[in-house]
Ligand binder design. Sequence first.
Ligand SMILES: Nc1ncnc2c1ncn2[C@@H]1O[C@H](COP(=O)(O)OP(=O)(O)OP(=O)(O)O)[C@@H](O)[C@H]1O
Ligand SMILES: [Mg+2]
Length: 218
Amino acid sequence: MFRLKGVKVKGILSVPELTIIRNTITCIVGESGSGKTSLLRLLNQLDSPDEGEIWFDQCPLSETDPIEWRRNVVMVPQAPIVFKGTVGDNLQIGLSFSDKPAASDERLMQALHLVCLEKGLAQDAENLSGGEKQRLSLARAVLMNPMALLLDEPTSALDEDTANKVFQRLTAFIRENGKTLVIITHSRSIADTYADLIIEIKDGMPQVDGRVYSERND
Ligand SMILES: Nc1ncnc2c1ncn2[C@@H]1O[C@H](COP(=O)(O)OP(=O)(O)OP(=O)(O)O)[C@@H](O)[C@H]1O
Ligand SMILES: [Mg+2]
């Protein structure tokens, strides 16, 4: 699915080669400042590499329309985005931004259940806690039904039990619906439990099993 070759971003990232396979769950781990968010932003076309190329299947990302791209590959940023209005308004807004039809209340409630957020649709979203706002952003992205989800530490504000429950439901949804998930987490145990592939970024270099990815394929 995603293939990166010779990708460099300022002094931040250097990726000789990396492949993320369709319909799998990939966890990205690494120290703070190692380049995790920078990698996700490249996959979402929020940034483009200074050198090298990224392909999706056979198509170079540089040749795709970024706005169209972000309807199919949805990123949830590290800091949750919450709009004025109710929980229901906040869920529908992702669909309306991407010109998709509004969802029924039943689908909205299903999305809230998936992220373990048992709140009413009429509740004011401003009053939610930090961890609840994170899950609201996640539910909004899930409702957009993209082929790939790029999640930047979506459970960082959650206790371990709730984080595990969200991961269980989310990864089941991804597998049942044939989607691709790339997710940044600080929790090695979550990565070990749920990932098909764990990429560790060290000083801007993605590694798999402690080796730079290209060496692994030699
Ligand atoms: N636009 C930018 N211009 C210059 N430096 C940047 C820019 N964006 C990020 N950086 C730097 O690149 C490095 C990697 O940042 P990035 O946000 O990718 O780290 P991260 O692994 O996501 O960290 P964290 O776990 O704290 O979120 C950091 O040193 C950061 O300061
Ligand atoms: Mg980050």
